[in-house]
Ligand binder design. Structure first.
Ligand SMILES: Cc1cc2nc3c(=O)[nH]c(=O)nc-3n(C[C@H](O)[C@H](O)[C@H](O)COP(=O)(O)OP(=O)(O)OC[C@H]3O[C@@H](n4cnc5c(N)ncnc54)[C@H](O)[C@@H]3O)c2cc1C
Length: 426
């Protein structure tokens, strides 16, 4: 079977890896940009976090978004001129925000993440080094009330098998001594034992090199213009270079860019871009290597994750902005992140010792907060997209699920929650 994957980010490359291992080796990956991991997968939060499976449309989200409309410093900001593009998607996003749906989606996300993470061992065994550190993560909770709310909700995830420990502030500092200056400022913490960290860009590059070594065709600088069809069936893609590439199955893993691609077929792909930022701190040239924290720390009040990447970098990532496909970097958002990082780790204030790299990327947000993985009603068209804030965490789980379905094998988890067909027209 000839399989063509559109997009060489975490989703597309993981799918290619899993397909290849199923013996489906007539594979082509087509990418608009000049290498792997240049889109949303480039400098993300570096966290593989099954402990954080909740979609963004929590009950009460409508009120929160309304309250924050126009607030440039809000953790989640919707730009008014984007409202027409978000209309149908947004209604579904809000409709799914009931307590029962929220729980179901959270559990589905967690299951997909946990399906994939152990299987990433095979990537490391293949010699791909993506600075993997299975160190867990710490969630800081500032007040006894926040601790109580977190415990109430967490019971549902723990009942489904999630492993975590509840720590006092002192126990958290014992685990992560870099937090010592903050000890008096939080009421307790959660230690997520299953969380890992790793460099998503190194993973993408490593997979691309491995795939190329196996004979998989990787086509850089080849933007797909549209899908080719015959008698309603998808038979390949048209590229901007005027080529028509034929395939028996086209896997769309182009993140939110998949939506404009499918519009030509009259399909409304319910995936929209949500911009996020990261700032990576690295020791400045010639400066002594600083001692970095060991654990990824999520500060609920700061709406940010501060994560060591490998052993010599520290990354802070967060915020969400619905502003279309605009990836320009707003200095104000970067300042907010840098301030947040400095408030947790004052040593980052010693600017001359650090170089900083700012980045913005577009999370591909599905309307219900669960990715779309599997076949569509349109013969020949498959999806692996819509992973939102969980694309690194779920990359392998999704790739494995997709590959099993394409290979006609029984996947090791129920595919129904991720089936594109839960949306009309897909
Ligand atoms: C600030 C930030 C922090 C994040 N932190 C985390 C985290 O800590 N943990 C986590 O699990 N997730 C995190 N995420 C989410 C995660 O990074 C994304 O979900 C993931 O990168 C999506 O992968 P993807 O392959 O679907 O998209 P992408 O990486 O964007 O890949 C899609 C590819 O398709 C290509 N493409 C698009 N259109 C075309 C076309 N027409 N023709 C050819 N190619 C095309 C693009 O160029 C791109 O390379 C974060 C995201 C952001 C923005």
């Amino acid at each position: 079977m000839r399989i063509l994957i559109v997009g060489a980010g975490l989703a597309g490359l993981s799918a290619a890896w899993s397909l290849h291992r199923r013996g489906l080796r007539d594979l082509t990956v087509v990418e608009a940009l000049d290498g792997p991991g240049q889109g949303a997968s480039h400098a993300n939060g570096a966290l593989l976090h099954p402990s954080f499976p909740e979609p963004w449309n929590a009950p009460g989200i409508a009120w929160q978004l309304l309250r924050d409309l126009g607030n440039e410093d809000a953790a989640a900001l919707v730009r008014l001129k984007q409202l027409p593009q978000l209309a149908g998607w947004g209604l579904r996003f809000l409709r799914e925000a009931t307590p029962a749906r929220y729980l179901a989606h959270s559990l589905a996300n967690m299951a997909l993440a946990r399906h994939g993470l152990p299987r990433m061992a095979a990537v490391r065994e293949a010699g791909i080094d993506y600075a993997w550190r299975p160190t867990g993560s710490l969630v800081l909770l500032r007040t006894p009330e926040a601790l109580q709310v977190a415990r109430g909700w967490s019971g549902r995830l723990e009942a489904a098998g999630l492993r975590r420990r509840w720590l006092s502030a002192d126990e958290a500092v014992a685990l992560e001594p870099a937090l010592a200056p903050q000890a008096g400022r939080f009421a307790g913490a959660i230690h997520n034992l299953e969380d890992e960290r790793g460099d998503a860009l190194a993973y993408c590059r490593g997979l691309a090199t491995w795939l190329a070594g196996q004979g998989v065709a990787l086509r850089w600088r080849t933007p797909v213009l549209g899908l080719a069809t015959q008698g309603g069936r998808v038979t390949g893609v048209h590229t901007t270079t005027g080529e028509r590439l034929e395939a028996d199955a086209v896997v769309l893993a182009a993140a939110a860019h998949g939506a404009p691609l499918l519009r030509g077929l009259g399909i409304d792909l319910p995936v929209r871009p949500a911009k996020g930022y990261s700032v990576t701190f690295a020791p400045a040239a010639g400066a002594p290597a600083p001692v970095l924290p060991r654990l990824a720390v999520i500060d609920v009040d700061l709406h940010a994750a501060i994560v060591p990447v490998g052993d010599d970098r520290l990354r802070i990532a967060g915020t969400a902005e619905f502003c279309g496909f605009d990836t320009r970097i707003a200095p104000r958002r970067i300042d907010t992140l840098v301030r947040a990082a400095g408030s947790l780790y004052p040593m980052l204030g010693g600017a001359p010792a650090w170089s900083r790299t700012a980045w913005a990327g577009l999370r591909p947000m599905s309307a219900d907060g669960v990715p779309l993985v599997g076949p569509t009603a349109r013969e020949g068209l498959w999806l692996n997209t819509g992973h939102g804030h969980l694309g690194w965490t779920q990359a392998m789980g999704s790739g494995e699920l997709l590959a099993d379905l394409l290979a006609g094998r029984a996947p090791g988890l129920d595919p129904a929650p991720y089936a594109p067909g839960r949306y009309a027209g897909l």
